[in-house]
Design a protein around this ligand. Sequence first.
Ligand SMILES: N[C@@H](CCC(=O)N[C@@H](CS)C(=O)NCC(=O)O)C(=O)O
Length: 333
Amino acid sequence: MLGAGTALAFTITSATAGTLDDVRKKGYVDCGISTGVAGFAFTDDKGNWQGFDPAVCKAVAAAVLGDSSKVKYTTTTGKTRFTVLRSGEIDMLARNTTWTYVRDVDLKLEFVGVNYYDGQGFMVPKKLGVKSAKELDGASVCIQTGTTTELNLADYFRANGIKYEPVPIETNAEARSGYLAGRCDVYTTDASGLAATRSTLPNPGDHVLLPEIISKEPLGPLVRHGDSEWGDVVRWTLNAMIIAEELGLSSANVDSMKMSTNNPEVKRLLGGEGDYGMMMGLNNDWAYKVIKQVGNYSEVYEAFIGANTPIGLPRGLNALWTKGGILYAPPFR
Ligand SMILES: N[C@@H](CCC(=O)N[C@@H](CS)C(=O)NCC(=O)O)C(=O)O
């Protein structure tokens, strides 16, 4: 049974010869991540990448190769990330990257979904006594190059008739040290990045996030245009984690649910019914592997960036649609 499945899967993918095939041949996923943002992408005491973004890479490796550890990480900056992906140096990008029109249609990249709904904010030292972004006239602002942040900032300040002095930087670490050293009065980036960076400052309580959120920043994983089979794998891996949360499936209960469930959607997802994995060129238990080895969306969120971590981000917009948020995956059928 298993042998027949594997043979068919091979036939399907060799006909299309995209990244899915390459990944299977080389035996690992080449995943682009950021250079480091607390909770989102960091190295543990053993030097291994962990966090909300690497979790997507691990989940894809579990889905395709059955082993979440089969990932090679490549760090990218705001400026280099798209070139690195387009050149084929990496298979996918899982980094706090905003899905925009130009990145999709002009840069020819394919965002497969959203794993964090964010927006751009501002962080300032409390001692400045600033209460609103509109009071920032004449401020120096640390800002990462090659980001939507740069563009939104220019739009927002122009629209409000206020002047600022941009202090261009390349990485979050550089922004953190520049901000701490007083090279800029303000740090602006995605609000999640601000919360993450604030948690690493010597006295986080000495810094405030201003109330204005000036943009939409839907962050999600992406692949190259024209690589649809691979795009489907990354898209449905993310969806599987969201659907698992919706269905109450977690790394802790997925084994017992696999044995005992009567819920048809759980059966389809875990490979107990139908050939849903094979349709995508994977084994039928691909989503079981993802959930068992990496967890559902909520497990990953709470482990790395949730309310009980130093980053302390409430689910907010990123709660499931059934719980007041906008996180919504299409049905698994
Ligand atoms: N979401 C925005 C901004 C992304 C961005 O570069 N954010 C910074 C601040 S959180 C970052 O990821 N830094 C990580 C790094 O420097 O490697 C975009 O896609 O342009």
